[in-house]
Design a protein around this ligand. Structure first.
Ligand code: SF4
Ligand code: SF4
Length: 514
């Protein structure tokens, strides 16, 4: 798609909190899902006639199911700490993109129908009826939250706007007002197995092509197997890894790491997608159904371990919820983490001196690292607290000579979202995505100016796709975003397999015969 023309603010060394401009992003809303996107997920195809009543019923259901939701809606004291912490507010100036104001869109309806004061004295407590105007605001502004949880880090009560936004989206799905992008993708996972709708034969072709490319580059036969029954490890990775840049360079890297580790591994056509968009729409039922594919694949392939590739929210679902959603995993080998992140796997090999690395292969780059929100603020990695920050950095530093972090206010648990997470990575939200990337672009630009950084590495498929699109809006090149395992792939010195020379001889003798 051609670059959409947008007015983009010039990057300055310091982030300025913008003046409030009411309603400036009210027009920003994603395409509404059609019946064919809604119905496979168990939702009504179009807005139901009695939608107010159904929405209130669903809100009651969620309040009963999730105690946290009621606590978040009750606990806010309007202290204002979160107001300037959201990248969408900083990038747009729309006051409804302040986290507290976003929460209030749901809170005022909650108060009206679920609190005594709201029922009898609505005006006194800011309670409001659920009207068409409120529903329009919900649709616009709950699709301007990437569920990144940055605001919750600064809230003295730990109120998680992401959870409120998930609940709002779930209510809208249940009245037939779902979002096309997320729901169409989930339907594709059910029908074909992955977000991109890549069928098994296309996956096999891609992997064969990768094997040939790696052999041509290195002279070493690195396998990229799929549906190998009896392999030790099932790798579950985002489908973007199969073809998009720079994702696929990461997949090449995973294969090289497994090759050097001497383990048998496999991908799966059943679970050819790590992403779980069920989380973005707040639907436990869909999250579970998507997760069960991984269980089905692990059992069918008789694997002992599960390793996840570079995908931010997939790792959150895997790390935080996989056992509840699709466990128990008692058929896997308990000597290994269930599941394990590919960075943790690679880092263990590095720490144990099992990888032969030539850092100078990355000397044409000066790196920084973008902490992806769902990894940073909603999961961990490895056995020690903070592993989700330290392990990817340890891997990068082991394979690159030049690394500099961005401003500490913009990394680790305070990281800024890429601007495209939480189910917003769609072209119909391009203005929001570009404006929401502004804080991250500011920090990146600063480290480019001050330290000569040339590239930013990430471990999330959504972040990588988002940055390839938005970097050019800020005067940078789309190639400046790289996969962490792309860096590993560049540096790793491969050990030839026993049959590499043999195969080459075979090829030669075939040529001779010709
Ligand atoms: S979760 Fe992230 S995107 Fe949503 S309101 Fe908070 S800071 Fe903004
Ligand atoms: S920081 Fe927390 S308590 Fe304060 S206004 Fe924001 S959500 Fe409410």
């Amino acid at each position: 798609m051609a670059k959409v023309k947008l007015e983009v603010s010039e990057l300055q060394p310091y982030l300025e909190i913008p003046a409030v401009t009411p309603g400036v992003m009210a027009h920003s809303r994603p395409f509404v899902a059609k019946p064919e996107h809604q119905e496979p997920l168990g939702f009504p195809g179009v807005l139901v006639d009695n939608w107010q009543e159904k929405a209130i019923d669903k809100m009651g259901d969620l309040l009963g199911r999730y105690r946290s939701l009621r606590v978040y809606l009750d606990a806010c004291v309007k202290c204002g700490s979160c107001t300037d912490k959201c990248h969408y507010y900083i990038g747009t100036g729309d006051p409804k993109n302040m986290p507290v104001a976003r929460q209030d869109l749901l809170r005022k309806v909650y108060r009206r129908y679920f609190t005594l004061a709201g029922k009898y004295f609505p005006k006194l407590v800011g309670a409001e009826d659920l009207t068409q105007e409120v529903l329009d605001d919900w649709y616009s502004y709950f699709h301007q939250c990437s569920q990144c949880r940055r605001c919750s880090v600064f809230c003295p009560y730990g109120i998680d706007t992401a959870e409120i936004s998930m609940a709002a989206r779930e209510i809208m799905d249940h009245i037939g007002m779902g979002q096309k992008y997320c729901n169409e993708i989930i339907a594709k996972v059910y029908k074909i197995g992955n977000n991109l709708g890549l069928p098994g034969p296309a996956l096999r072709d891609t992997l064969e092509g990768l094997e040939e490319d790696v052999f041509d580059d290195t002279g070493v036969k690195v396998r990229y197997p799929i549906d190998q029954v009896g392999a030790d490890i099932l790798l579950v990775t985002p489908s973007a890894d199969f073809f998009a840049e720079p994702h696929v360079d990461g997949l090449v890297g995973y294969g090289k790491v497994f090759h050097e580790a001497g383990v048998s591994w496999t991908l799966s056509t059943i679970a050819s997608e790590a992403a779980n968009f069920g989380m973005f729409i707040g639907s436990y039922e869909n999250m579970r159904r998507i997760s069960l594919r991984i269980r089905e694949a692990a059992i069918a392939l008789k694997v002992k371990r599960i390793v996840f590739g570079e995908c931010g929210h997939a790792w959150r679902v895997a790390y935080s919820f996989l056992n509840t959603l699709a466990g128990p995993w008692d058929f896997l080998d308990p000597s290994y983490p269930i599941p394990q992140h590919i960075c943790e796997f690679t880092n263990d090999l590095i720490q144990n001196g099992k990888l032969n690395l030539d850092k100078s292969q990355n000397d044409d780059m000066v790196l920084t690292f973008h902490d992806s929100c769902n990894v940073a603020r909603a999961s961990r990695m490895g056995p020690t607290p903070g592993g989700q920050f330290d392990i990817p950095r340890a891997v990068i530093k082991a394979v690159c000579n030049h690394f500099h972090d961005m401003d500490e206010e913009t990394i680790r648990e305070r990281t800024f979202c890429c601007g495209g997470g939480g189910g917003l990575l769609t072209d119909d939200l391009m203005e929001l995505r570009v404006k929401g990337a502004f804080p991250r672009m500011t920090a990146l630009n600063n480290v480019i100016q001050e330290k000569g950084v040339t590239h930013m590495a990430a471990i999330c498929a959504i972040c990588k796709s988002q940055f390839t699109k938005v970097l050019p809006y800020y005067g940078m090149e789309m190639e400046q975003i790289v996969s962490v395992h792309q860096l590993v792939s560049n540096a790793i010195i491969l050990t030839p397999g026993e049959d590499d020379d043999l195969d080459e001889d075979d090829d030669e003798s075939e040529d001779d015969e010709d």
